[in-house]
Design a protein around this ligand. Structure first.
Ligand code: C2O
Ligand code: CU
Length: 468
């Protein structure tokens, strides 16, 4: 079961004491200018013990994690991307309701950018909130090596909080070897692909080990959590430090921020949660799936500038699904270890015997692994699409829709407690069914896939088309 995988130890054997550094944040001030972003090999120390050796990683602008890109709602991002890697890549702007040609999906919305080549990404940012960008070619390897960074869009109608009160925390688990180095050898292991995906044994925040971050006592402070793990579902408990929920997947919650009524909060790969704290005393962010593991420390001090007030953002302008007039579509998820394999068709051919090992296609949607020539679904523009997703596997998955945010309307026929929040990625438990709905207002070819990147590569990727 995925439970066991998720509990797999996050602490590296012989982990040493914390080194206090605050995460580096690079703010891009675009002013309509082109921003230079590249992907390149870089050395970075992932573990804070003195004995740990630096890892060979890939980073945007050579940084682990990549620079924070920051824009205002309605602005146009202009990013000149250069591929300085040894293999093709492309950049996806996760959660942005973006024009299709800029979605950055190699093999669907663009040809991958070859080594040495440049691609200009130019797109409007319709929604304020917490987003991120990451590689979208061989993502299971490229994201695992560090190709990701935050993308923050500030609302226009009020001044954003100052940097000391607005903190991005990109969380990632890494699989380190006995020397504390990124374990490259184990990338692509069939065992991970057929089970819960690649789990790490060490957690970093913005690429750093166990950082200590200074906060101002009593100042309303936004903590923007992004799960950049390949496959790990993080379990956190915001009630342990009195945090309120501001938004999920970039979209603010309705009304005022509230405390979570249950615990823990499961943050799946690619999901974001924005938390609001008003710290009185020091606290830590902990992974609570097993013995609580504190991995990010907050020190609280006084003095400094007077704190700015928090203003809850207005909802972004996302069209509401039509209650009846809908294109309904069922997606049956199968495959993987400990489940029914079922028949799998890949590139038009039914797999059998050794095909599975050779193609590494182990999961399917409606019996098809990976991108077929034809989309799974074609929607007219502005049509409401209802996806009824049934997880007939033994694992939890983190399902992501490109180009659209959706509402979760039902789980297992029991409804949902509150008309749920807008999301771009939802978790689905083993044997669970989940109904989501959205207005297909964005023409183009869009992916629907599991954001556990090994699952996506091993078959859990499909696409749909929205007509123009
Ligand atoms: Cu975060 Cu297909 O993407
Ligand atoms: Cu999955």
């Amino acid at each position: 079961m995925s439970q066991i995988d998720r509990r797999s130890a996050l602490k590296l054997i012989g982990a040493a004491a914390a080194v206090a550094t605050s995460p580096s944040q690079l703010f891009a001030t675009p002013n309509g200018n082109w921003l230079e972003l590249d992907a390149r090999a870089t050395k970075h120390k992932l573990h804070n013990s003195d004995q740990a050796l630096p890892s060979d990683l890939w980073g945007y602008n050579g940084q682990i994690c990549g620079p924070t890109l920051r824009y205002k709602q309605g602005e146009t991002a202009r990013i000149r991307f250069t591929n300085s890697l040894v293999e093709p890549t492309s950049v996806h702007w996760h959660g942005i309701r973006i024009v299709n040609a800029m979605d950055g999906v190699s093999g669907l919305t663009q040809a991958p950018v070859q080594p040495g080549e440049t691609f200009e990404y130019e797109f409007e940012l319709p929604d304020a909130g917490t987003y991120w960008y990451h590689a979208h070619n061989n993502s299971w390897s490229q994201v695992a090596r560090g190709l990701y960074g935050p993308l923050i869009v500030d609302p226009v109608e009020h001044t954003p909080l100052p940097a000391e009160q607005d903190i991005v925390l990109m969380l990632d688990d890494w699989r380190l070897d006995a020397n504390g180095r990124f374990d490259e050898q184990s990338l692509g292991a069939l065992m991970d692909w057929s089970h819960g995906g690649r789990m790490g044994n060490w957690l970093t925040v913005n690429g750093q080990s166990l950082p200590k971050i200074k906060l101002q006592q009593g100042a309303p402070t936004l903590l923007r959590l992004v799960n950049a793990c390949n496959a790990r579902i993080l379990e956190i408990d915001p009630n342990r430090f009195g945090a309120k929920i501001v938004g999920y997947d970039g979209q603010p919650v309705k009304g005022e921020p509230k405390q979570l009524a249950y615990k823990p909060l499961l943050l799946g790969p690619a999901q974001r949660v924005d938390l609001l704290v008003q710290p009185r005393e020091q606290f830590a962010l902990e992974e609570v799936s097993g013995e609580p593991f504190p991995f990010c420390f907050f020190e609280v001090g006084t003095g400094g500038l007077p704190a700015a007030p928090y203003v809850h953002p207005k909802p972004n302008n996302i069209p509401l699904p039509h209650p009846e007039d809908r294109l309904k579509f069922q997606i049956n998820m199968t495959g993987g270890a400990m489940g029914m394999m079922g028949d799998i068709t890949y590139q038009g051919k039914k797999l059998e015997g050794e095909d599975f090992q050779r193609t590494k296609q182990l999961w399917a949607f409606n019996g098809t692994a990976n991108l077929a020539e034809q989309p799974m679904l074609i929607a007219r523009r502005f049509e409401t699409v209802e996806l009824d997703v049934i997880n007939n596997t033994a694992f939890m998955h983190a399902m992501h829709v490109h180009g659209h945010h959706f509402l979760i309307e039902d789980r297992d026929g029991d409804g949902v407690e509150q008309p749920d929040h807008w999301r771009d990625t939802f978790l689905i438990s083993p044997r669970q069914s989940t109904k989501i709905a959205f207005v297909a207002d964005n023409p183009g070819k869009w992916l629907f896939h599991c954001h556990m990147l090994e699952h996506a590569a091993a078959g859990m990727t499909s696409w749909f088309k929205v007509l123009s």
